[in-house]
Design a protein around this ligand. Structure first.
Ligand code: RB5
Length: 148
């Protein structure tokens, strides 16, 4: 799978670890920064990754800041993005199966690397189940299209 990753300084270490893990799993990983742990603003990277994922349905995104919250708020401003902040494996599976999330956000200061790897693996392996969930997402899409 093509995966676009990005972080601010609070997520930099975890992004580097996940990049290595995802590459080992055979994914094609593109890194949109940041490239060091110097202080940076999470919206800059969130919008770059989110715009790319919104334009390319075959891609998934992973965004990491200190808590995952800022990245989630920013990414969800981009039309067509369904960013999911997941800090447990149950939510990670549901985010894909029920919400068809196209971006995973994580907190680099919240999660250990082992759990973050497991969350990312489960999120990437799960698939949208459609049905009643598609109806609900359709309502969100209709609202989004009526506002912008
Ligand atoms: C940066 O200090 C921190 O606010 C950021 O990484 C993130 O947690 C914001 O939601």
């Amino acid at each position: 799978m093509k995966i676009v990753v990005g972080s601010d300084h609070g997520g930099f270490d975890l992004k580097e670890d996940l990049k290595a893990f995802l590459t080992e799993l055979g994914h094609e990983v593109e890194d949109y920064g940041v490239y060091d742990a110097q202080s940076s603003d999470y919206p800059d990277v969130a919008f770059r990754v989110a715009e790319d994922v919104a334009k390319a349905p075959e891609k998934k995104g992973i965004l990491i800041c200190g808590t995952g919250i800022g990245m989630s708020i920013a990414a969800n401003k981009v039309k067509g993005v369904r960013a999911s902040l997941c800090h447990d494996t149950f939510s990670a599976r549901c985010a894909r199966e029920d919400n068809d999330a196209n971006i995973l956000t994580l907190g680099g200061r919240v999660l250990g690397k082992g759990l973050a790897r497991e969350i990312a693996r489960i999120w990437l392996e799960a698939s949208f189940t459609g049905g009643r969930h598609a109806r609900r997402l359709g309502k969100i899409e209709k609202y989004e299209n009526s506002k912008r």
